[in-house]
Structure formats: C-alpha cells, structure tokens
Design a protein around this ligand. Structure first.
Ligand SMILES: *Cc1c(COP(=O)(O)O)cnc(C)c1O
Ligand code: SF4
Length: 334
C-alpha cells in the first residue's frame, strides 16, 4: 500500500461539489435546455469574469426559460459589452479604503476582511468582478497583517468576514483566524457575509457547524439570496442547522432588472427567507460597475417597489433599501 502523506487532507464533500461547478457557458445552456441563447453569449465578458455556477444551483433554474431569474444572475450575455456612462471599475471606492492587506475599514467600529478572492458562483452584477482581490486577501500569511491592523485600532469591535466568499476557504483556515482573534479583547461580534449557504448549502457541514458553535462571540451571518427560487429544501436545512447553533441569519439582496424588480418577486423573497429562518436586512441598489447597466433599476422605481412591500408585508420582512456611496460613513438609505 502507498502511504498517504500526513499533510494530504481528504476533500470535504462541499469541496468536491465546488470543483464540479459548471464553468462552460455552453454546458450551462445545454443543462437548462436553451442552446439558442449561444448566439447571445459574450466571449469578452466570459473572459474577464468567467462563468462559475454549482450544479445544485443550476438545478433550481427553470429549464427552457431564457428569463429565468437565477440564470440571468450568472450567464455572461452580450448586454455586458455595453459601456454605459457612469459605470466604472471601482464604483464603491475600495481602492482608497484599504487599511492593510485584505482589510477594508470604511465604517466606525467595523472592519471588513477580504478573506479570499474566490467564490463558488460568479454573479454578473458583482462589483468584485474588476478587483485583483486574489492578491489582496487577509488569509494569506496566516491572517497576520489583518490581526495587526485590528490591534492598532481598539475601536473596532466587529470583524466582518467578506470576500470573495469567506466560506470558500476551509474550516481549519477559518479556525486559524478565530484562534488569533481570541487574543483581542475588543472583539464583540463576528459577522460573516456569504452566499454559500444559498448557492452551495453543502458547505454548512458538521465540521463548520462545530466551529461556529465553539466561537466565543455572537455570530451574525448575512447570506445573499436575490430571488425566492434560490431557496430550496437544501438551503432551508443549512439555515436551520446554523440557527440551531445560535447563528443570527440575515439576508442582503441586490435589486435587479429582470431578476427581482417586482413587488411580487420581492414579497416572495421575504416570505421564502422567513420560512428558512432568515430576516431581510438590506436591498442594495446596484453598484454602478462596468458591464452591469442592464440590471439597473432607477431610484424612483425602487422606492415605489418599497412602498408596495410596506403595504403588504410586516415591517420586519421589509428590507432597507440602500446604496453604497464612496466616502460615506455608512450605507445610504434611499
Ligand atoms: C457594507 C459594509 C460594512 C457593513 O455595513 P453595515 O451597515 O454594518 O451592514 C462594513 N464595512 C464595509 C467596508 C462595507 O462595505
Ligand atoms: S462576492 Fe458575492 S456577489 Fe460577488 S461574485 Fe462572489 S458570491 Fe457573487
């Protein structure tokens, strides 16, 4: 028998599913039975920010529907080639706000760690599509520069793990961070911004749940679903398991033309989130990032949608409509 080196850790099931993600636009079109959309693909957009989508997420798309709200979020179409005025490469001012390698400190009391540049899914509307975050991660170097940054500013009581998707790194690597944070008495909360419980819910495995259960701070997890169809039984199970460990679950969504720009879609999203044990937190106006103009919903329309939501939903199921404006001290309510 060939001895297995001690350093070879067997892949978790979620890591296998991660690697099996669909990356070829034609393979995706074939999986959803829409070969005729091939002529509308953009090779430029696909080269700049490649397609990536887990098979379990593809299974939630409606086959044969070119307007499917999940498909629209991931398919690199020629709409992206349109260069609209006002849509830039750094729409939210991240290039100026970097505090240390992989740390963005824009708001009082909270520091955001770019844990990693990678994601299980590539969302076409994402402002990170233009960022060289792969070289700017907080996890590289054993989190040391991020910890030094936090030490230098005791006013930071909340650490936000973001990315990329922070749950794309392994649980042992997350444990290195939580171990290092224990030495900082200022930390009162740990927040995790992640889309993985929605797009690859298998990530919430027993190893992760045990890590979450043993953390010494209250944990807030802000997941990211934009449409009710993203929330299926596998997502509800992952959310229930997180809640059983005391994790507070909130959702942030992005308002997008052709995805969720109706009162019906947004109401269904809030209801589906609540049924999964998640409360809506933010509804973001799109960051004006190059290649995303076709998703934009004007502010007057966004506000009218909010008024409709307010009329039919309990207040706690109405998300806050916000925009991120570079240089502001917080997200800006609209
Ligand atoms: C959005 C954001 C936060 C979190 O803001 P909250 O309003 O507390 O959710 C923190 N830091 C940065 C850099 C952000 O972009
Ligand atoms: S950071 Fe979030 S929104 Fe952006 S591509 Fe990754 S998962 Fe999608």
């Amino acid at each position: 028998m060939i001895p297995v080196p001690a350093t070879t850790r067997q892949s978790s099931r979620w890591q296998v599913l991660w690697r099996e993600a669909i990356r070829d636009p034609l393979a995706l079109l074939s999986a959803v039975n829409l070969p005729e959309l091939a002529s509308r693909l953009s090779p430029t957009a696909a080269a700049q920010f490649p397609l990536r989508v887990p098979q379990g997420y593809v299974a939630r798309m409606r086959a044969g529907d070119p307007a499917d709200p999940l498909l629209r979020q991931v398919l690199p179409l020629d709409d992206e080639d349109h260069l609209a005025p006002g849509f830039s490469l750094d729409a939210v001012g991240d290039a100026q706000a970097k505090g240390a390698t992989g740390v963005i400190h824009k708001y009082d009391g909270r520091a955001l760690l770019i844990a990693t540049g990678s994601c299980a899914i590539h969302c076409r509307y994402c402002f990170r599509r233009h960022f060289p975050y792969a070289e700017e991660t907080a996890a590289s170097g054993g989190w040391a520069s991020a910890i030094d940054f936090l030490k230098s500013d005791p006013s930071i009581g909340e650490v936000i793990l973001s990315g990329g998707d922070p749950l794309s790194i392994s649980t042992p690597k997350l444990a290195e961070l939580s171990d290092a944070l224990r030495a900082l008495p200022q930390i009162r909360r740990l927040r995790i911004h992640t889309r993985l419980p929605i797009v690859l819910p298998e990530r919430i495995d027993s190893e992760f749940l045990q890590w979450a259960a043993e953390l010494r701070w209250p944990v807030v997890m802000v997941v990211h679903a934009n449409h009710a169809n993203e929330i299926d039984e596998s997502v509800r199970e992952a959310c229930a398991a997180l809640r059983a460990e005391g994790v507070h679950l909130l959702n942030q969504a992005v308002l997008m033309r052709g995805v969720n720009d109706s009162a019906e879609a947004l109401t269904a999203l809030s209801e589906a989130l609540f049924a999964a044990g998640v409360l809506p937190y933010y509804l973001h106006q799109l960051d004006r990032v190059q290649g995303t103009a076709h998703f934009e919903v004007p502010d007057f329309e966004a506000k009218a949608l909010m008024a409709e939501l307010q009329a039919v939903l309990p207040g706690y199921l109405v998300p806050k409509l916000v925009r991120e404006i570079a240089g502001e001290a917080s997200k800006t309510p609209l």
